[in-house]
Design a protein around this ligand. Structure first.
Ligand code: ADP
Ligand code: ADP
Ligand code: ZN
Ligand code: ZN
Length: 951
């Protein structure tokens, strides 16, 4: 095979018929401004073609769709290997996937526990070892010479009865004595037992004195005893001491028997291992007090109890009156002021206590006495009894998930949890952080035999843990549910898994793997990618991170602009060469000839702060959250240090609960001290702006209704009597019905992600021919949707309402995007910026707190400047902005920094520093401060032209 992937005539999306050779077995970075065509080249051309060829090699079922699967627009690609994409989008929403299962470490753990695990009795906790008869013989022979002993077979343990049948049978079989409740009796005598009492009965199998030549006899006796009891043998040493042996996995004392140790016993996806109460999910649903009484400041009359609020029937009123009368409380006092026992009765019922209720029937009052069921109890009963799914849907508003009380969230049966390796059960091992887990497995103390059995398995486990450590995941634990990982974490875990798979000759395509990673940890990630390369693979990375570019073998720079202004390769070569290049914008930033300047001045810090006390969700160590109002704040810290927990789960949820009346869970805090006069809080995240191809930038930002009005008002449309709905693809009337206005048709692939193909009826135009007859300045509605924002700005320059919306899209750097580009094709970063642009378009917008999580994702140096301008504008309008960010150009531009650390996971969750960038940079012990110091020094000492590259 050739040393290059040779691409000829690539024209997918905005690519301008490009031809290039990508060196194989190298680490190659594709960079360029946002929208320049990086993904179109890496994912939509190279990876898509690799994937298509892969599908081609699959079943005939899959092959029938190939004709419909859009072939990338490229003349030819030679030297392509099987391709694997490691994307940010988390593939798994399966609540059963955990870090352990995704990385396959859990499979090896199950094997390990099945092979060398030591079971314990689930009742008394005693260690249970299965012993072969030979082991028992050796143990006994090791006792001192002349020891007297009795070999007993315990046949009854703590059972009531007279046991006459058993005695007869033993006698017939030739046994002479039994030991009953500790006392030796002859079977010949008449034995009368109190049938109401519990008894212990052992058969005396043999009596011996230890001496030379006794081995064979001892062995026979032990075997006989074991056969009588199904594996249990007791040795009475006649000096008050005893030894118990069990040949099977059962507790010699409690008699509890354990299942055989097999990997499936440790699987929460198998009925053999899963907790029977939650079927291995680890969570159970319950009716949540906080949702049922969302605002305890209200009284019951005012609707404190949400499921009762808004009910106007007599029945409810009379029930409340009866309760108030019986317990003597006031229906008008705030719920939170009611005594705790009253609150408990209301929520959980009155127990045995009967309350006199009454009902009116035809003007006559009937009294009846009954215990009160309690609101939560009643919801639960109705939920489980109701046959109607809409009733259950309605009630589910009050449901939250919590740890399963049976397994305490461990997902496993108690029998599975009773098995340990070096003192820890499988769940305890999974709850260790990856770093601790590695330490645990590196310092196991095992017998030579156990080592022999487990060597291979341990190697697999340790290898995989090492890969996880290499990609900076030391703070995660194996039990963490995959669905709760951030995009970047999920991607790095898939990366670690790929290294573990040991494939060779593969083309890996990655999308910004540094997202969410602190500079401090970049180095390890980069060495992981190099390792993947050194194993004999080609690694193609779409990336903006400077360290990654400098570490690569080769860089492809796309540009020069975005969308129609991009789609060309402006540079290809080594990092050293790109810094020399005049043509490459990236090279100019890398070499420092261009740079993002420090803001000329910082805003003075205000006296007003948003102030929450005692934040302690996840790893947060009882923090005070203090966010200055009216400025730009950056929250920094290594991955896993608690940034999202503090800002998204706590600050945002608490504020939206207080301000927007949002219900639902939130990070734990002790007290809200001050909201700082903030009136609204808005989280601008990277979630798609819509789930269907029908959502797009112009509908989302509100521009489309003005465009529809414009078309409805045109003479031809008025003549035909068209209403705005005619130009909507959400309702019947003007849209293409074959695709219901999507322009595309979804094909479910069963084993691969869904595929969208262009609708043949409308050719992707989304509207029917009659609608397309209507034209403004010679363009129909489909043509308008196909315009870029840049084109639209010129086309609609005389229509201020439309131009205004487009201008805000342009301002966030999305001039290249098409007005009707479907939500499903937008990247997370693009979606985030579209949301930002909608906020810019709002009038009278102030006193709002905007929260953004890594807004620089997908942004090139040149784009970051634009983003900063927009954020600054929001602040200048009188708002507060908080961003979680790793990008130093953003951090250095903030007015205020809050740095979390020092580590990820349990070792984090503290505030390491807070203050202006200059103040934080002055703190020696803070890693963010160190990196910031370098940037601030570089920015202030050198003029941009002369600034040398920092390395
Ligand atoms: P980058 O990865 O450099 O940010 P992309 O390759 O995603 O850029 O986009 C290049 C251009 O192609 C942009 O103008 C973008 O709007 C457009 N584009 C991307 N995906 C699609 C698509 N599925 N359909 C139409 N246009 C697209
Ligand atoms: P950051 O945003 O700084 O990367 P996070 O706030 O996401 O950090 O995580 C802080 C800690 O809380 C980490 O130990 C992480 O594993 C833990 N954590 C985050 N989300 C969850 C969750 N849904 N369940 C359990 N632990 C979590
Ligand atoms: Zn359970
Ligand atoms: Zn159609």
């Amino acid at each position: 095979m050739s040393d290059f992937i040779r691409i000829k005539g690539a024209s997918q999306h905005n690519l301008k018929n490009i031809t290039l050779d990508i060196p194989r077995n190298q680490l190659v970075v594709i960079t360029g401004v946002s929208g320049s065509g990086k993904s179109s080249l890496a994912f939509d051309t190279i990876y898509a073609e690799g994937q298509r060829r892969y599908v081609e090699s699959l079943s005939t079922y899959a092959r029938q769709f190939i004709g419909q699967m859009d072939k990338p627009d490229v003349e030819s690609i030679e030297g392509l290997s099987p391709a694997i994409a490691i994307e940010q989008r988390s593939a798994s929403h399966n609540p059963r996937s955990t870090v352990g299962t995704v990385t396959e470490i859990y499979d090896y753990l199950r094997l390990l526990f099945a092979r060398i695990g030591i079971p314990h009795c689930t009742v008394c906790g005693r260690e249970i070892r299965s012993q072969k008869i030979d082991t028992m013989v050796e143990t006994v022979l090791n006792l001192p010479e002349k020891t007297r002993l009795i070999v007993l077979a315990p046949i009854v343990r703590g059972k009531k009865g007279e046991f006459q049948k058993e005695f007869k049978k033993l006698q017939r079989e030739g046994y002479v004595r039994v030991r009953i409740d500790g006392e030796i009796r002859e079977l010949e005598e008449e034995i009368r037992l109190d049938k109401k009492r519990r008894h212990d009965i052992d058969v005396v199998v043999d009596r011996l004195v230890l001496r030379e030549g006794i081995r064979q006899r001892l062995r026979d006796s032990l075997e006989t005893a074991s056969a009588l009891t199904d594996g249990l043998v007791r040795i009475d040493l006649t000096d008050g001491k005893e030894i118990l042996f069990s040949e099977k996995y059962s507790c010699p004392i409690c008699g509890v028997s354990l299942p055989e140790l097999a990997p499936r016993l440790f699987s929460f996806n198998s009925p053999y291992g899963a907790c029977p109460d939650c079927s291995g999910l680890g969570t159970r649903m319950y009716f949540d007090e906080d949702l049922v009484v969302p605002d305890p400041a209200l009284s019951i009359r005012e609707g404190a109890i949400a499921p009762w609020a808004g009910r106007s029937s007599m029945q409810y009123f009379s029930m409340m009156d009866a309760l108030a009368q019986h317990y003597g409380f006031d229906l008008n006092s705030p719920f939170r002021d009611l005594p705790e026992n009253i609150q408990n009765v209301l929520l959980y019922g009155s127990g045995e206590e009967e309350i006199q209720f009454f009902a009116d029937r035809g003007g006559r009052r009937f009294f009846y006495n009954r215990p009160f069921e309690g609101v939560l109890t009643q919801l639960d009963r109705r939920y489980h009894e109701s046959p109607y799914s809409n009733v259950r849907m309605d009630l589910s508003r009050y449901i939250s998930l919590r740890e399963c009380p049976t397994c305490l969230g461990t997902r496993l049966k108690k029998e599975s949890l009773a098995v340990t390796v070096n003192g820890k059960n499988i769940q305890e091992v999974c709850l260790l952080s990856i770093r601790e887990c590695m330490e645990f497995f590196s310092s196991l103390s095992l017998s030579p035999q156990e080592i022999l059995i487990s060597e291979r398995i341990l190697k697999e486990i340790k290898d995989r843990l090492t890969f996880l450590l290499d990609v900076g995941m030391d703070y995660l634990d194996l039990a963490r549910s995959a669905g709760t990982l951030s995009g970047g974490e999920g991607q790095r875990i898939r990366l670690a898994t790929q290294i573990g798979s040991g494939l060779v000759g593969v083309l890996y395509v990655l999308d910004e793997p540094t997202v969410g990673l602190h500079q401090r940890d970049n180095e390890r990630l980069i060495s992981t990618l190099k390792r993947l390369r050194d194993m004999g693979n080609t690694v193609l990375v779409v990336e903006h991170d400077q360290d990654m570019m400098l570490a690569s073998d080769s860089i492809i720079d796309m540009g020069p602009g975005a969308g129609v202004h991009g789609g060309e390769v402006t540079f290809q070569g080594t990092p050293g060469e790109i810094m020399e290049s005049e043509a490459s914008l990236t090279g100019q930033y890398l070499s420092g000839r261009l740079s993002i300047p420090l803001p000329p001045s910082r805003r003075p810090l205000p006296s007003r702060f948003i102030h929450l006390e005692g934040a302690h969700e996840h790893n947060l160590k009882d923090l005070a959250i203090r966010i200055p109002v009216g400025v730009f704040t950056a929250v920094t810290g290594v991955s896993g240090s608690g940034k999202s927990t503090m800002i998204i789960e706590t600050l945002h949820r608490v504020m939206s609960r207080q301000l927007n009346n949002r219900r639902g869970g939130m990070g734990k805090i002790r007290r809200v001290v001050d909201l700082g006069g903030i009136e609204r809080v808005i989280l601008i995240n990277q979630q798609p702006i819509g789930r269907t191809p029908r959502s797009n930038p112009v509908t989302y930002t509100g521009g489309f209704s003005f465009i529809r009005d414009l078309f409805t008002g045109l003479p031809e449309a008025r003549m035909r009597g068209y209403k705005p709905g005619r130009f909507s693809f959400n309702v019947k009337g003007g849209r293409c019905e074959a695709c219901e206005g999507n322009g595309m048709i979804k094909i479910e692939m069963h084993f691969l992600p869904d595929v969208y193909v262009t609708c043949d009826a409308c050719g992707g135009k989304r509207f029917n021919p009659d609608t397309l007859d209507i034209r403004y300045k010679d363009k129909n509605i489909a043509d308008v949707l196909d315009m870029t924002v840049n084109q639209g700005l010129v086309f609609f320059e005389n229509i201020p309402a439309i131009r205004g919306r487009l201008q805000s899209l342009f301002d966030v750097g999305l001039g290249y995007i098409r007005l009707g580009q479907s939500a499903t094709t937008l990247s997370g970063g693009e979606a985030q910026r579209i949301k930002l642009s909608r906020e810019l378009g709002k009038r009278a917008n102030s006193n709002t707190l905007y929260i953004l999580d890594e807004p620089t994702i997908g942004l090139h140096f040149a784009d970051i400047q634009k983003l900063l301008n927009v954020l600054m504008r929001l602040v200048d309008m009188g708002n507060s902005v908080v961003v979680i960010e790793h990008n130093l150009d953003v951090i250095k531009s903030a007015d205020y920094i809050i740095d979390l650390g020092p580590e990820g996971g349990p070792g984090g969750g503290r505030i390491m520093a807070s203050g202006t960038p200059e103040e934080v940079a002055a703190i020696e012990s803070c890693p963010t401060g160190r990196f910031l110091r370098a940037v601030l020094e570089a920015g202030s000492k050198e003029s941009p032209e002369k600034k040398e590259h920092r390395r």
